[in-house]
Design a protein around this ligand. Structure first.
Ligand SMILES: [Zn+2]
Length: 136
């Protein structure tokens, strides 16, 4: 599978995040010292600066906190995708995640809508977590 769109060079904590996504897990970090939940992945805790962090798998369910629908692509390679919607999702575990919303007409998106994660392989080595309206 060859990429037709730009793919980021992964390093550090984001490399772990996308490796987990490739295995079908949406992860966030948990501080072992103060129990702070952290997203996006970082080197130190956002609350106590501890480096004693672990990755925890989310159930991948949440609600839309906010969203925007793009009608002009941010990069020429995404011209065929517009309009598409980008959402901020509050996961049940208490972290907020930025991702694409799929399987939903932009006119039907609403704040508070229940969504669930799915994983789309962009290449053999790069998988992106995305969200869709919950089946329930
Ligand atoms: Zn902490």
């Amino acid at each position: 599978m060859a990429a037709t769109k730009p793919i980021p060079t992964l390093r550090g904590e984001e490399k772990v995040y996308f490796e987990e996504a490739k295995n079908g897990r949406l992860v966030y970090q948990l501080c072992r010292d103060c129990a702070q939940r952290i997203f996006y992945p970082r080197t130190v805790c956002t609350n106590c600066m501890s480096e004693n962090l672990e990755y925890v798998a989310s159930a991948g369910k949440g609600t839309i906190y906010s969203f925007t629908t793009l009608h002009v692509p941010g990069h020429p390679e995404f011209a065929d995708d517009v309009p598409y919607t980008v959402v901020l999702v509050d996961l049940e575990e208490g972290v907020r995640v930025l991702a694409d919303l799929v399987d939903c007409d932009p006119d039907d998106v609403k704040v508070g809508m229940s969504v669930e994660v799915l994983f789309e392989a962009v290449t053999e080595d790069f998988t992106v977590p995305r969200f869709r309206p919950s089946a329930q």
